[in-house]
Design a protein. Structure first.
Length: 117
């Protein structure tokens, strides 16, 4: 399966709408162009799936629980934390969506894991 297939399945299943589908594709392109990170099914499936569902939740005004404090502490100590945080800020600017803190933390966690590979 390719990331495009994953996104199409999410869209066809009604998990994400057309706007989120388009925005996630923009993010995938930005990752390649600005950070030279080519997201694939192998390295980016978790990030892309979480990001897709998170953006749909944000659009619906749904709120998620805060990440466990100990896990958050580990994420903050990750050597890729700062660049991951910068990427999330760039994502917000790219798609013109304010990502709530609790969602940001999870996305940063996925980005740190991606960058460690």
């Amino acid at each position: 399966m390719q990331l495009e297939d994953r996104l199409m399945i999410l869209k066809e299943a009604g998990q994400i709408d057309e706007e989120v589908f388009t925005n996630v594709n923009k993010i995938i392109f930005m990752m390649k162009e600005e950070y030279n990170i080519e997201l694939t099914e192998e390295n980016g499936a978790m990030l892309v799936t979480h990001l897709s569902i998170a953006l749909q939740r944000i659009k619906k005004g749904e709120i998620i629980n805060q990440l466990d404090k100990e896990i958050f502490s580990q994420v903050k100590d990750n050597k890729f934390y700062k660049i991951s945080e910068d990427i999330v800020n760039n994502i917000e600017n790219l798609i013109n969506v304010l990502i709530p803190f609790n969602e940001k933390v999870y996305i940063v966690m996925h980005l740190c894991a991606l960058l460690e590979k």
